[in-house]
Write a protein that binds this ligand. Sequence first.
Ligand code: G3P
Length: 242
Amino acid sequence: MFKRKNSTPYNWVKALRISYPLILVNFKTYTESQGKRAVALAKSAEKVAHEYGICISVAPQLVDIRAVVGSAEIPVFSQHLDPEMPGPHTGYISPESIKEAGASGTILNHSEHRLRTATLAEAVRRCRSVGLLTCVCSKTAHAGKVLSSLNPDMVAVEPPELIGSGISVSKAKPEVIRDSVRMIKGANPKIHILCGAGVTTGEDVATALKLGAEGILVASGVIKATDPESVLRDFAAQAIHI
Ligand code: G3P
């Protein structure tokens, strides 16, 4: 049983609360992470989170949120939502519905689902009003600084060209992490900074944390792995020693 250095035993009451460092696994629309497989992945994440005493959160597809929330005691995020108010709006995803499904927060403005700034600002505001955490994605450190003015809970900086590449931002562009920490924390010290793109090993995670990130956003490195649970263990084992 691994425990974080100088930490109290992992407390399940807090299991649904976000803590840092955070490993946020974006299930995207991979078939390997939908339906029953989304639930299985969430249970693996819960097991690793409990053993290592580290916060692992998952972002399943919309239709899987309720099943994942009901099967694993870890924070669950949606991959996106819309700022529309409850009422006569068709085909949108309201913050109220995500909250009622049991999610703790949402990713917004991911490279693969960009939002106009005005829409993003309204979405962050609406999330705050219903009690959802927000992880706003940006392509660069500078964009992250600009978006920090929307006062999200987290900014995740991901160079799009590295997404899905298996070449981690930690190795290929450490300056992006360093600059993001400096610029975003300088603009809004309350914001937690994650980084992502190409993260596949515990060493990638450790390097990101040493550069000042407070967590990672990851997808294919876990979802497409032959043994996702062992990848999460590698991430967690490295992260708890930083
Ligand atoms: O949301 C995280 C994602 O964009 C990173 O993708 O596959 O490089 O971990 P991946």
